[in-house]
Design a protein. Structure first.
Length: 390
């Protein structure tokens, strides 16, 4: 019998209609990973009664159980403006709100770099992203059905008659959906697994190295496998077979390609060294129900959005303003764009990020300021961050 190759592993993720109710995987639910872990956490009920000797009394059958997962992958948009990425279910579960799609629109005369006019109703709302050329920006004000104000401004005013490209924005929400994570291997007779009732507890975007990466981790209701499957697990009557032709779209974003805007009055910084965005949902499982071995629901606690970033110190006004804001605990705007091609861009926008006082790092030839633990939010409901692909 051959060993199971770790390269012959395929994963799929699909949103659930209700907690722990596993949907059928579709070819479009496939996504690529660098590494992943799906783990069953099982409580063991050890007997404590006396046996008349020093021998172990054994384990009582039963005990509560739940799942946990970690997924690490390259950050890869779909390649098509206005189309969700393959890992869309993870982003939706991490952010909590339903994705908002902007199909694009034709630019009308009179547009400026920050005030965009359209020839027809745009359907945009505050927080959604708009793409134009090599740039991705976020709507802050909607003065009319054919006009929006974006922040930060585009590098140049969009030209009349040209097209603003489509986007998919993942807003925050109070009730994040659950998903099922399918873990298939070759050969088909090997153990196949499903983590149902998965909830993203932490989303992390790393800006460093040759490629940008994204990590998701969280908890799940149960881990189902093809060897011990019993009817009813995950709401299934049979263990689902893998789709025959998985489809994966998009390409990984190359490192250090993009833009970052920071400051009380946002300024474009070309001195970014590394950055890490983290969204924590403080997920808890309702796993203490009498009569059930598995959790029957999941709930999220207070959201925590942090942004760590390192910049090379310059003796210019923008860098000085960033330092002053950190020392005075003044909220700033932070807008990060990764990628420079329509359909292959990723962006995040925070309009109330309180930067921590920086740490001087002189280990390199140029002095680096390390802003660590800066937290977003000012009490505005679901307003800490907006995440988008364009």
């Amino acid at each position: 019998m051959p060993y199971i190759s770790s390269d012959l592993n395929r994963l799929y993720a699909a949103l659930e209609p209700s907690y722990g109710s596993t949907p059928a995987p579709a070819p479009s639910n496939a996504f690529r990973v660098l590494k992943s872990t799906v783990e069953l956490v099982q409580d063991y009920l050890q007997r404590q009664d006396k046996t008349g000797s020093r021998s172990y009394a054994g384990v009582i059958p039963g005990g509560r159980r739940h799942g946990k997962f970690d997924v690490q992958a390259y950050l890869a948009p779909s390649g098509t403006p206005g189309s969700a990425p393959n890992m869309g279910p993870f982003f939706q579960s991490a952010c909590g709100g339903s994705p908002e799609v902007f199909a694009g629109g034709t630019i009308a005369p009179g547009s400026t770099a920050s005030s965009i006019l359209f020839t027809a109703p745009h359907g945009l709302s505050a927080g959604q992203a708009v793409g134009y050329g090599k740039e991705l920006r976020f709507v802050t004000v909607v003065p009319s059905s054919t006009a929006v104000t974006v922040d930060p401004p585009f590098s140049a005013a969009p030209t009349s008659g040209t097209t603003a490209s489509g986007t998919v924005t993942y807003p925050l929400g109070d009730t994040p959906p659950s998903l099922s994570l399918f873990d298939y291997w070759s050969p088909s007779t090997a153990q196949q697994r499903i983590l149902c009732g998965a909830a993203v507890d932490t989303m992390e975007v790393d800006v460093s190295g040759e490629f940008h990466q994204v990590k998701f981790s969280g908890l799940g209701q149960d881990v189902i496998d093809s060897i011990t499957f019993a009817t009813g697990q995950g709401g299934l009557s049979t263990f689902p077979t893998e789709p025959s032709s998985p489809t994966v779209s998009g390409t990984a974003l190359a490192g250090h390609m993009g833009q970052i805007w920071l400051g009380p009055t946002p300024a474009k910084f070309a001195t970014l060294s590394t950055a890490k965005l983290q969204v924590q949902n403080n997920v808890q499982l309702r796993g203490n129900e009498f009569g059930s071995q598995i959790p029957l629901a999941q709930l999220s606690g207070q959201r925590k959005v942090t942004f760590d970033f390192d910049v090379f110190e310059l003796d210019d006004a923008a860098t000085a303003a960033l330092y002053t804001a950190a020392m005075s605990r003044t909220p700033i705007t932070a807008c990060l764009q990764l990628g420079t091609v329509a359909g292959n861009m990723f962006g995040v926008y925070m309009n109330a990020l309180v930067p921590q006082a920086p740490i001087n790092d002189s280990s390199q030839k140029q002095l680096v300021w390390k802003f660590t633990g800066s937290r977003a939010g000012n009490g505005t409901a679901s307003g800490e961050i907006f995440v988008a692909f364009g």
